[in-house]
Design a protein around this ligand. Structure first.
Ligand code: CUA
Length: 174
């Protein structure tokens, strides 16, 4: 084998290794999770019991000031449809899917969270400036995929209201 061929071969192998490596968090982690059989939540009873019942969805401010957001991705919407969060505060996102594989992407940011039914994806978001961010599904999930959108409203930290239980799930508290 001459050197040029060897070099081409090595470069090809490197590039082929790089592609899945770059997608590790989006593809491999959820898939490994899924095939390992860790069913953290039952996608069929999300609305009936457990962490993802309706009145537990949306933004929750904990006693220590940290913020947790719980969402469900389902064909073809995100629940809640609009969430209100404070700027400059780490936001713990917990999201699961009720049916297919979806991916919550926040426009104008690098956030792209892939979510599989039966598993809870946990990640941290932070918005440095107030504003309205459109979100969309970035994983083809069926006929209504292109209409699967929602919104994040980021308000200044000092204007973030003390949310009442009934106000967690939408932007009406603003
Ligand atoms: Cu959900 Cu595409």
């Amino acid at each position: 084998m001459n050197w040029r061929k060897l070099r081409t071969f090595v470069l090809t192998v490197l590039v082929l290794c790089l592609i899945p490596a770059m997608r590790y968090n989006q593809i491999d982690v959820p898939l490994l999770h899924y095939f390992a059989g860790s069913r953290e939540v039952d996608p069929l009873s999300l609305h009936l019991a457990g962490e993802f019942v309706e009145n537990n969805l949306g933004t929750q401010q904990d006693a220590d000031g940290s913020v947790t957001v719980r969402m469900i991705a389902q064909q073809y919407l995100f629940v809640p449809h609009c969430i209100l969060v404070p700027a400059g505060v780490p936001i713990h996102l917990r999201i699961t899917s009720a049916d297919a594989v979806h991916a919550l992407a926040v426009n104008g940011t690098g956030y792209n969270v892939k979510v599989l039914p039966g598993t809870i994806r946990e990640t941290q978001l932070q918005f440095s400036t107030p504003g309205e961010y459109k979100t969309m599904c970035r994983e083809f999930c069926g006929a209504g995929h292109y209409a699967m959108r929602s919104e994040v409203k980021v308000v200044p930290r000092d204007q973030f209201p003390a949310l009442q239980p009934g106000e967690r799930g939408n932007c009406a508290a603003e």
